[in-house]
Write a protein that binds this ligand. Structure first.
Ligand code: NAD
Length: 502
């Protein structure tokens, strides 16, 4: 298979300076999907230099382009995303293993993010006039772009995570270099093509495809990068973040989660309530084979309803149709890689060794027409009778594993839900809205759902408490991450101050 050029610098698609390439695998059968350019530190340097020139350029450069024009370009990108919806969804499905329908939802969500940030900047006023205490002073606080942004993204939502950075960065007038995960770079390549097609000037959007080390690391350390925005795991994120902070860059980290889904018995009091809570717990844990930063991987359930709830959940989990994400009728794709599969197997083994009770799954499923033997499939797994000391309860498994813990009182439920070093997302299910709101208010997580799981809105901030990260994406805060704030104080009647006598 001949390689495609996936490094984009100063408006041109180029191979790596070293000529190196990488095979991108189809997780459904481990065959080679594409061969892409494998950048090194020298390609990063060239990409950052292009972004720097595009930022520092003359009066017509992107940071100084009128906001209405920037907003119009973002809206054009949204149109192009919708034009290519099926193609991008297919690319994302083949690359990540997710179902085609999930791929389509991602494209729609990304489209909405571009539209949202376009509207947000277009509707802003030019600055905030502040009262300086004198009629002779005009004092205004304005926002300006930060500069050259380096963006690093993970493999589970490649297009989505890149767009949550790219859309606000462009809206604010920045230039950037993006590095997608080396495991799933293809949809980001497509997006960068669309940015060029939409008319973004050369050098504003640059792309390097390659490994965390050295490519991501060089971006974190690069002296000409002003802002470092990373989405990925806790270990690599804190390491890269430390390198960026050492250079006094602005940083934004979107890291992992170990998210509680708290179910009170009263949510299950009616047949409809029970059905909904079970269905949503299934969705919370197993959509995209659990490879979701906000996956509801910890079911925390009131003791009186546990047995009935878990039995039904396990029954439904066993019936989830696994297979190639592009195949008709498939509900869940494979894990993304052999490495991820082995990690998941090790977590299940350790949980059982520590006393967890296996209610379903716990192994690779048998191959079938929809599940090639070489694909990285793992059966949705429910582990009952778990407790907070278990590794599987404490660490992010990033796979189709649901652990079950039990509580007796509201205080116990809250204590369990907050007993994690992370704090990305969580949910509470109750028919008593006063109780649900009380519990939601006590949860130390960046997003809390009441009687729902997983929805998010481009206009509402996304990010985590604790070790789930630093900063927020989406919403007005997600735009502010990409801006400097400047106070301009203008004296309309300058006079000597006579502080010094001479
Ligand atoms: P990862 O940390 O292994 O990789 C993420 C990115 O970082 C990749 O592009 C990788 O090449 C790069 N990288 C690795 N080491 C680096 C280094 N030393 N310096 C710079 N870059 C480096 O994560 P992953 O396995 O791709 O993704 C899964 C993780 O992402 C999970 O922990 C998940 O929770 C997290 N995630 C978080 C969010 C969120 O919104 N908080 C969203 C999606 C995924």
């Amino acid at each position: 298979m001949s390689p495609i050029e996936t490094i984009h610098i100063d408006g041109v698609w180029v191979p790596a300076v070293s000529g190196a390439t990488r095979e991108v695998l189809d997780p459904a059968d481990a065959t080679v999907l594409r061969v892409v350019s494998e950048a090194g530190a020298e390609d990063v340097d060239a990409a950052v230099a292009a972004a720097r020139r595009a930022f520092d350029g003359g009066a017509g450069a992107w940071p100084r382009t009128p906001v209405t024009q920037r907003a119009a370009l973002l809206r054009r990108v949204a149109e192009l995303l919708q034009r290519d919806r099926e193609e991008i969804a297919l690319v994302e499905s083949r690359d990540t293993g997710k179902t085609l329908e999930e791929g389509r939802i991602d494209v729609d969500d990304v489209t909405n993010a571009f539209r949202y940030f376009a509207d947000l900047v277009r509707n802003e006023s030019g600055g905030r006039v502040v009262d300086a205490g004198s009629a002779d002073v005009h004092s205004v606080v304005v926002h300006e772009p930060v500069g050259v942004c380096a963006m690093i993204t993970p493999w589970n939502y490649p297009l989505l995570q890149a767009s949550w950075k790219i859309a606000p960065a462009l809206a604010a007038g920045n230039t950037f270099v993006v590095k997608p995960s080396e495991v799933t770079p293809l949809s980001t390549v497509h997006l960068v093509r669309l940015l060029a097609e939409a008319g973004l000037p050369a050098g504003v959007a640059n792309l390097v495809t390659g490994a965390g080390v050295p490519v991501g690391q060089r971006l974190a350390e690069h002296p000409d990068v002003d802002l470092f925005s990373f989405t990925g795991g806790l270990l690599s994120g804190t390491k890269a973040g430390a390198a960026a902070v050492a250079g006094a860059k602005k940083i934004a980290l979107e890291l992992g989660g170990k998210n509680p889904n708290v179910v009170f018995a009263d949510a299950c009091a009616t047949p409809e309530g029970f059905d909904t809570a079970v269905d949503q717990a299934l969705n919370a844990a197993f959509v995209h084979s659990g490879q979701v930063c906000s996956a509801g991987a910890r079911l925390i359930i009131e003791a009186s309803v546990r047995e009935r709830f878990v039995a039904e959940l396990a029954r439904r989990a066993e019936r989830i149709k696994l297979g190639r994400g592009t195949a008709e009728g498939v509900e869940c794709g494979p894990l993304v890689s052999q490495q991820q599969l082995e990690k998941v197997e090790a977590y299940v083994d350790s949980a059982i060794a520590e006393g967890a009770r296996l209610r379903c799954g716990g192994s690779r499923p048998k191959p079938s027409e929809l599940r090639p033997a070489t694909g990285y499939f793992y059966a949705p797994t429910v582990l009952d009778e778990c407790h907070r000391e278990m590794k599987v309860v404490r660490e992010e498994t990033f796979g189709p594993i649901l652990t079950v813990e039990t509580f007796g009182t509201e205080d116990e439920a809250v204590a369990l839900a907050n007993d994690t070093e992370y704090g990305l997302a969580g949910a509470v299910w109750s028919a008593d809205s006063a109780r649900a709101r009380r519990v939601a208010a006590r949860l130390r997580h960046g997003t809390v759902w009441i009687n729902d799981y997983h929805p998010y809105l481009p206009q509402a901030e996304w990010g985590g408490f604790g070790k789930s990260g630093i900063g927020r994406e989406l919403g007005p805060t997600g735009l502010d991450e990409y801006r400097e704030t400047k106070h301009v104080y203008e004296n309309l009647r300058p006079q000597p101050v006579r502080w010094f006598s001479g």
